[in-house]
Design a protein around this ligand. Sequence first.
Ligand code: TYD
Ligand code: MG
Length: 459
Amino acid sequence: MAKLKKSYFCTACGNESPKWVGKCPACGAWNTYTEEIVAAKSSPLTTNNFFSASASSGERNRPIPVHRVERSALQRIDLLNHEANRVLGGGLVPGSLVLLGGEPGIGKSTLALQIAVRMADTPILYVSGEESPEQIKMRADRIGVSNEQCLLLSETSLENIITQLTETAPELVVIDSIQTLYSERVESSPGSVSQVRECAAMLLKYAKETRVPVLMIGHITKEGSIAGPKILEHIVDVVLQFEGDSNNAYRILRSIKNRFGATNEIGVFEMLNDGLREVDNPSEILVSHYDEPLSGIAIGATIEGVRPFLLETQALVSTSAYGTPQRSATGVDYKRLNMLLAVLEKRLGFKLGTKDVFLNLAGGFRAADTGLDLAIIAAIISSGLDIALDPDICFAGEVGLSGEVRPASRTEQRVSEAARLGFRTVVVSGYARKALNHAPKGIEIIYVNRVDELARRVF
Ligand code: TYD
Ligand code: MG
């Protein structure tokens, strides 16, 4: 028997090394190398030799002048799901390989199955390596089936899946999940770096050659112990991430990489008993309405991708019971919070050195938008002074280290969204005046240039 060839792979980035190393030279992660058997078996693929046949046939790809490439080839497939279409940039591109990543239990299978069973009259093959057809059927019944052409296959062998794909010729393929698949051509176990890479490469080839789009689910674990989507990110065309707090019903679908559209686009869903509801108007769920005004709450006007919406920021400033004050930020960058606190201390003389500060974005939402700075500062001042803000006021502006308020990107869209939702006042940077020449009627705009002005004019 031939000696097995072994190699070491970084489970974080997929880098290969002939020797075990403590620190990955490619991504810098520590203790991520695992041993895997890499020698491919000599026996070729048995399934009609789908790939080798197409490669050796007389028909070879030839270069085409760019103006002669047919436009129709870019026609997108409507997933009959507004939020998913939006994140993909207007639907699924034929022949694309899409990775849907997320933590276990977040709802990836539910989303993929929902798309599959609701796309009426489209032949779809839903392959699950995790659940039996009976289990999938139970879930499908919850969601409601309207596509009778959706076929279920419980299979983990890539070669068998390819055989079924060539026989059934679907128009969309769902793979749940890439970590459960194995190819006979690789010795190592399912979920290992070499298996995941091999299976994904094969599916990519299938997608490109048949122009059938493949939606592939991938798990991310907190420890990164399974070969995670990091390795796959380079292979696939689109990376979507499904995220949310499992204690909360709201889920965000985010595009991290998209060869056919904008990234940072988001889709918002709510997990209900009968599947995922598409949330057209995120502001409604992210801004709560209280019977009486509460201190520590400020509404920020934010933008994700091209979509403006309003978000509730909540702060609690209280006297620290212990020597070292606590700082906690949920949904926003911890370092950003510390910076804003330092600005408040230095520019407003707000004494926070002996105070605990907790900051939270409502609905389990995460945002990296610096245009929320002004709302965060307003929430902290409101809690520190214990004065509630007017519920009809919202904020959009970035705060710099000198305490200056800079315009948030696309301030005019944020203001329009606030006006649409019935807010009466919006506080923005004085430097955004020009952009707001055509501000919507019926909304008062307060311009502030520095954070101390904010404190004087709003409280
Ligand atoms: P699932 O799609 O299995 O998660 P993943 O594939 O990402 O691991 O779904 C996870 C949760 O969703 C599970 O706890 C049950 C819940 N759920 C609902 O609340 N409503 C539904 O209609 C369905 C199908 C699932
Ligand atoms: Mg699942």
